[in-house]
Ligand binder design. Structure first.
Ligand code: AMP
Length: 418
């Protein structure tokens, strides 16, 4: 036997038994987002590498270490999408969506690819539900997006959720702050992890994400960006907080919150769940007023979030999965041509709108009835030498019917309202 081939490390199959919960979470997201005027979009699985290099940012972990990049036959560098915001922003520009009433509200449910170290809740291909509202700088957009994700997580019964909120200000305020932070890091360089020390110039803010004890001590006394916001940014942030307060959404200000992409400006947020391990973020996002310009468009404000479906499901209360409805099981007790008649009856019943399963494994009649019972069939049609018998699996009663059409009509009448 040749060696068995397995799925790539860090990927997982979504098996039939996984779908009821997953479909439930997807349906909740779709209902809540579409009711708020968000419309679904799907972008290609791969994009020009340049989109992420410029959009997500050259200095980020995603672009530096995690992208699946390949050269296509035409010699162009392409990358499997590691995130959804830059592609949606590209689509907004490419399709002239700035001409539509603003903000343009879009949502997606797609898979993404990052070459990260696999662990619980962290995969190399994972799925996200995401929402983006592009074209308005109004703080109400920030608050509405947060409120919608809060509603989705609540309705999906994600346990022990907390919202962390901060503001990164404008790029100008941030670069001034970066210089302060770099000073602080250089002054304490001996206590930092090697990785953080090496990245003082490139990406000092990421030091807030470090688990290294020495780095954590240094960061505890580091200056905070939130204390360096300019007046407009501070007013924007105050308004977002006031709107969340008015809507009764609890949050905590987290001055150490930095997100993994360079495009964020002003409001950033993350929902974490205490039901998850080290990878506790269920979803997050924020405002990205500079992104569209970074990828070649006119200055355009934007805002959005993404939530990981696998993490939502890991953190959610388990619910019993409903058994699929089977209105009719078509069994065959006759030898000669019975299987052909059974097949025709099943086809007719399906055309009439019934949920039908038929015998596909050559079981004995006893085996077929057992199978019908196992899958919870409401009726069983048995095609025998004396015609068609219809067994009501709830009462156990059996009657003879004169034709396939009569069997279908009877099963339709007795069907549970679904
Ligand atoms: P991000 O796009 O990094 O802001 O991530 C948004 C959400 O996607 C996170 O809060 C996670 O729920 C999920 N996510 C991000 N990376 C991964 C991954 N490698 N595996 C599984 N879920 C992920």
């Amino acid at each position: 036997m040749s060696q068995r081939i397995q799925a790539p490390r860090g990927t997982s199959d979504v098996l039939p038994e996984d779908w009821p919960a997953r479909r439930g979470a997807e349906a909740v997201a779709q209902r809540i987002l579409e009711a708020a005027g968000y419309r679904r979009i799907e972008t290609p699985t791969f994009e020009a590498t340049e989109l992420f290099a410029r959009g997500v940012g050259e200095s980020t972990d995603i672009v530096q270490k995690e992208m699946y990049t390949f050269e296509d036959a035409g010699g162009r560098s392409q990358t499997l999408r590691p995130e959804g915001t830059a592609p949606v922003a590209r689509a907004y520009l490419e399709h002239g969506m700035h001409k539509a009433p603003q903000p343009v509200k879009l949502w997606y449910l797609s898979s993404f690819f990052r070459q990260e170290k696999p662990q619980a809740g962290r995969f190399r291909q994972f799925w996200q539900i995401g929402a983006e509202a592009i074209g308005s700088a109004d703080p109400a957009v920030d608050a509405e997006l947060i409120l919608l994700l809060h509603a989705i997580l609540t309705e999906s019964r994600v346990r022990d959720v907390q919202l962390r909120l901060s503001s990164l200000g404008t790029p100008a305020a941030r670069s001034e702050y970066r210089a302060h932070l770099q000073e602080h890091l250089r002054a304490n360089a001996d206590d930092l992890s090697g990785e953080v020390r090496e990245r003082i110039d490139l990406n000092p803010l990421r030091a807030f994400d470090s688990d290294h004890p020495g780095t954590k001590r240094v960061m505890a006394s580091a200056p905070r960006l939130l204390d360096h916001l300019d007046a407009d940014d501070a007013a924007h942030f105050a308004e977002v907080r006031a709107l969340l307060d008015a809507a009764g959404i609890p949050y905590e200000i987290d001055t150490t919150l930095v997100r993994g992409m360079d495009y964020y400006t002003r409001t950033v947020f993350e929902f974490v769940s205490g039901a998850l391990g080290a990878q506790s973020a269920v979803g997050g996002g924020g405002r990205y007023d500079g992104l569209i310009e970074m990828i070649g468009g006119p200055p355009t404000p934007g805002n959005g979030w993404a939530a990981g479906i696998e993490r939502m499901l890991l953190a959610a209360e388990q619910r019993p999965e409903p058994q699929p409805v089977v209105d009719l099981y078509v069994a065959s007790a006759k030898h000669d041509n019975g299987h052909v008649e059974a097949f025709a009856l099943a086809a007719e019943a399906r055309r009439a709108g019934l949920a039908v399963q038929q015998e596909l494994a050559g079981r004995s009649l006893k085996g077929q009835l057992k199978q019908a019972d196992r899958i919870g069939a409401r009726y069983v049609a048995i095609l025998g030498d004396e015609g068609i018998a219809l067994k009501d699996m709830e009462s156990g009663e059996q009657e003879t019917v004169e034709s396939a059409a009569a069997a279908v009509a009877r099963a339709l009448k007795g069907r549970h309202p679904g």
